[in-house]
Design a protein around this ligand. Sequence first.
Ligand code: G
Ligand code: G
Ligand code: MN
Length: 516
Amino acid sequence: MGKHWPYVVLAVLVLLAPVAGSWYAARQWSQQAEFDQAHLMALSVMRRSEAVAGQAEAAANRLIASRNPQPCAPANLTLMREIAMGSSQLLAVGYAENDRLLCSSLGLHDPPIPLGPPRYVNSLGLELRTALRLPLTPGLTRVVGVRKNTAVVLAPELITDLYADKPDIVVGVSTGTGLQIAGRGAFSPRWRNRLGKASSVSFIDGGSVISLQRSSRFDLITYVAVPVQHIATRANALFANLLPVALLIGAFSSAAVLWRGRAQRELPAVIRSALHHDEFFLTYQPIVELATGRWVGAEALIRWQRPDGSMVRPDVFIPVAEDNGLISLLSCRVLELLAKDAPEILARRPAFRFSVNLSQHDLTDPQTIDHLRRLLGTGLKPGNLTIEATERGVMEKEAATDILRQIRVLGMRVAIDDFGTGYANLAYLQNFEVDAIKIDKAFVDTIGTRAVTAQVALLIIEMGKALSLDLVAEGVETAGQADFLRDNGVRYAQGWLYARAMPAGELATRLAGPVT
Ligand code: G
Ligand code: G
Ligand code: MN
């Protein structure tokens, strides 16, 4: 049989799904990891910046507090040296006037050293200058903070040396206004806008993963920018690790799909062989009269046990049989099996009713009538038989009407199975002159619940009563459901509350018992 390609397509998808999944996961994880790492780095740059700013502030406060009327007198220079030497992060502290450094812990400056213009002033009067060059180190730029004529000189390397082993990473610190104080790599003042009033933010901009961190103590923002390629590099490494496992899972699933596909393709041949070797048998699920609890009938349900003892479910092999022209052979077998099982039961209960499921194809096949006639030759009376047809089976084929009519002419009853799940409508029930409807378990399940469909069970019951149809509720599992159904005029029920499907022998024995 054809129908191979859907399994091949599925097998390929199932093989690729874990691979695609781990690729996607590797990208997501790596992006998150880079964001997290950038965030941690910005935090750590902030810790360093705050330590430096803290020392600068403390040094300036000490010098300001000394209030020396002669700021460049030797005694004050000694104090400056003491302060500078005691501060691990400061190059020098000194006295400034008119944008010039007159003296510092380095000594008297004659001529005074120009500090350059202030680039930033805050509410405390702190001015920052970022382009100082000391005569001793003309090649290096220094940062100076000046408050109340007290200058603190800082080395930007304190910040730019961070992560020196990762030269493609941009690190730095700026003021809250976006003035770069110290930094390595290209800094963009517009990054600051992304921070808004938040204390930290991470984002991708211009090929970099950027993370900003705001200080809670000073008007400082630190930033770190990592090239986005880092995400790809990390993702590729991760993916390389995941790939073998993903391929293994994919291959196993894929093999399972192909194996199942093969089993499905071979199923028709196996069904034929099973018919030949008598592997099918029937079980019977009692149909109970709600008012009395009597078992008035039973639905015959086909079972298939393989020689190895395993059972194949009807939902698996019935559709395959339908698709491969085998269903009439199976239905025919069901009638043969029933003919063998029925006499023992009818000997005790001559009026007992057996329900048999026919498929859509059976309902358009004139041979079905011949098979049913033959069954009547074996001792069953037409009144002992109910044919169950699904709504779909009846609705979709014109010819079904004719077969159903002939079945009723034979004197057998017709029930619509799984009612409510298909194309339920009043007009067609009238046209087809059925005898009974079986209310699908789905509606019985909603009884006593707040489900939206709970009202449908009642609607079906009212409809059945209006058309004088017998009603059989399927899948009754609780006494509450049974009470509700009985109180609303449903006559029959089937379900685990009463009995599960059982072999013919057990049915005969239990029918002889006291309750049934
Ligand atoms: O009781 P069980 O789980 O086997 O029922 C599964 C499905 O198989 C039910 O929908 C039932 O109607 C269907 N089924 C059981 N026996 C037969 C049969 O003999 N013929 C057909 N066509 N369907 C059946
Ligand atoms: O479609 P049909 O009614 O022919 O199929 C009956 C199916 O419902 C079978 O699979 C049978 O095992 C199952 N069944 C019968 N009674 C109950 C019940 O009370 N509860 C549940 N969960 N399943 C039931
Ligand atoms: Mn049924």
